[in-house]
Design a protein around this ligand. Structure first.
Ligand code: C2E
Ligand code: CA
Ligand code: CA
Ligand code: CA
Length: 278
């Protein structure tokens, strides 16, 4: 991206935030939607492609509006981040996920539960205190939690982010670097942040069977994860061919439409009851 493009994008978001703080604006709508409980977790299964078993899920937010329509995060998440509404939204999501999954996860301590955080969450250790407050009294164990930091946005202060990550890890949670290979941090984030898990972006998975140069990157990321002793999750897996390629390369964990899309709690639980019986 060039500088003027970035500047334009920044001004557009800033302008949108200013305009929409007035009643009736989009930030106001998000604010009111949070109060009304309209931002709900959808759950996408993460599968062990060697055994075929469920290993956990990723929480992906959806806006269920009063008219019943379901709005994907691409339509509101950057405004929620720019306006700060993402903070209460993330807390509401964690509480809802805790309540949706407590019973199922309580009996299946090997299952993981992943949440997306944004760059602003890594400016301040408050997020770790909030995680502790939300989950410490619940039947979901800290060791079942995972937090994803995306490489798509630059972190404001790497040293501070490292501290926040260490605090989350001290609680027993794991931390993943999301969208690896697409963004700002690249290899330096992997080296400096001390994450436990690498998530390989869909862009590279898409290349399997089509573009041999991008497939070379898949192979390199697999090797890198191995060498750095990180778990690897391949995301956006859509075909059996991709599953087989990844399995042959020694990748164990995958998520994608070939297994299941993100699902509302009731459908997710119905699906996974069958996959992970007691
Ligand atoms: P992400 O964290 O990289 O999430 C993966 C996205 O890929 C999700 O889109 C998911 O629905 C989609 N996906 C999963 N499997 C497949 C597949 O096989 N094919 C295709 N084409 N897509 C697949 P979604 O749910 O629209 O979320 C988009 C992005 O919004 C997320 O990307 C994440 O960056 C952000 N996001 C979602 N929920 C939250 C949240 O609670 N907090 C924050 N801060 N960001 C969130
Ligand atoms: Ca993610
Ligand atoms: Ca991702
Ligand atoms: Ca992605």
């Amino acid at each position: 991206a060039n500088l003027s493009g970035l500047l334009f994008a920044a001004l557009t978001v800033a302008g949108a935030v200013l305009l929409s703080r007035r009643s009736g604006g989009p930030v106001r709508e998000i604010h009111d939607g949070i109060r009304r409980g309209e931002f709900i977790p959808y759950y996408q299964p993460v599968i062990d492609i060697v055994t075929g078993r469920l290993t956990g899920c990723e929480v992906l937010v959806r806006w269920r509006k009063r008219d019943g329509s379901i709005v994907p995060p691409g339509r509101f998440i950057s405004l929620a981040e720019a306006s700060g509404e993402i903070f209460p939204m993330t807390l509401a999501l964690m509480e809802a996920a805790r309540d949706d999954l407590a019973a199922f996860y309580c009996d299946r301590p090997h299952l993981k539960l992943g949440f997306n955080l944004f760059a602003g969450h890594f400016d301040d250790v408050t997020i770790a205190d909030e995680v502790e407050a939300i989950f410490s009294g619940s039947s979901i164990r800290m060791g079942q939690l995972m937090f994803e930091v995306t490489e798509r946005q630059p972190l404001h202060d790497i040293r501070r982010a490292r501290q926040v990550i260490a605090r989350l890890q001290d609680l027993g949670a794991r931390v993943a670097l999301d969208d690896v290979g697409t963004g700002h941090g690249g290899l330096s984030y992997l080296l400096k942040l001390g994450v436990d898990v690498m998530k390989m972006d869909k862009m590279f998975v898409d290349a399997i069977g089509t573009d041999r140069y991008s497939v070379a990157i898949v192979d390199s990321l697999v090797k890198l994860a191995e060498d750095m002793n990180l778990d690897l999750i391949a995301e956006g897996v859509e075909t059996i061919e991709q599953v087989e390629y990844l399995r042959a390369k020694g990748v164990r964990l995958a998520q994608g439409y070939v297994f299941a899309p993100p699902l509302p709690a009731s459908s997710f639980l119905a699906l996974v009851e069958a996959m992970a019986p007691l």
